[in-house]
Ligand binder design. Structure first.
Ligand code: DGL
Length: 263
């Protein structure tokens, strides 16, 4: 494997760009290829078998593009498919899971909330992790039904989105949470709206920085960090319309390429 090869990243759609931003910030010399499988979003309501089969498709596409590592920038895909992928492919994988551990350590009220998809919250991996990590902590789990589709459409600021958030936060506020874990890579795009709805003592936690740090550690341990100091190639492919991807990545528009493509 060649250290000049790109880092491959995939998500059910545009949400994983929240993870890409952290990776690019921590590893600015790395070339990246991002796949937004928006045609198949949301993954969160699909069966485990369907999610695994979509992850196989994305993985094989990234391998065919010569990637040196694959970041599964999707909690739903990670919790349902990473074990299968690691058992069937040699390329290293990094996944994301809801950041329960830092939230449990940070909480003073011993009560935390998790907003994630049905696919993540019902997965075996999520249950095992939360059981192992967060003993003695009250966890209020809420499925963010409908949010991924709204974000895919670029409707973060719509009244419909705010109303759904109000509904999903209600049981968490009733449980006196002081940490809200965003267990879906799309949800960091709702942080502005969430801040308006939450009391200021509630911390919002996502997994972006931790994933970027882990990517750096794994690449370094395998001698796969890029040594190039020139501008890296930053490719984004979507199998749907590119409008939301372009909107979310506006600040990078002069250094990235976004293409619509079937995969
Ligand atoms: N970004 C995905 C996640 O982190 C969204 C899943 C979906 O498509 O429902 O779970």
């Amino acid at each position: 494997m060649n250290n000049k090869a790109p880092i491959g990243i995939f998500d059910s759609g545009v949400g994983g760009t929240s993870i890409w931003k952290e990776i690019h910030k921590q590893l600015p010399h790395e070339a990246t290829v991002y796949l937004a499988d928006s045609t198949n979003a949301p993954y969160g309501n699909k069966t485990k078998e369907e999610i695994i089969s979509l992850c196989i498709k994305n993985t094989e596409h990234l391998i065919s593009l010569g990637c040196k590592i694959i970041i599964i920038a999707c909690n739903t895909a990670t919790t349902n498919a990473i074990t299968y992928l690691r058992n069937h492919y040699q390329i290293p994988f990094i996944g994301i899971e809801p950041a329960i551990k830092p939230a449990a350590l940070m909480s003073k009220t011993n009560s935390i909330g998790i907003l994630a998809t049905k696919g993540t919250l019902s997965s075996k991996l999520f249950h095992e992790t939360s059981k192992a990590l967060a003993l003695d902590i009250n966890i209020t789990e809420v499925v963010g039904e409908g949010l991924v589709t709204l974000i895919e459409n670029g409707d973060m600021g719509m009244a419909q989105t705010t109303n759904l958030l109000k509904k999903y936060l209600k049981p968490m506020l009733a449980a006196n949470i002081d940490c809200l874990v965003l267990g879906c890579s799309h949800y960091p795009y709702l942080i502005e709206q969430l801040k308006k709805l939450l009391p200021s003592n509630i911390q919002i936690i996502d997994s972006g920085q931790a994933v970027a740090k882990q990517t750096q550690l794994v690449l370094s341990s395998k001698n796969l960090l890029s040594e190039e100091l020139t501008k890296p190639k930053l490719m984004f492919y979507t199998n749907s319309k590119a409008a939301t991807l372009k909107f979310l990545l506006t600040q990078y528009k002069d250094s990235i390429d976004i293409l619509e493509k079937t995969f």
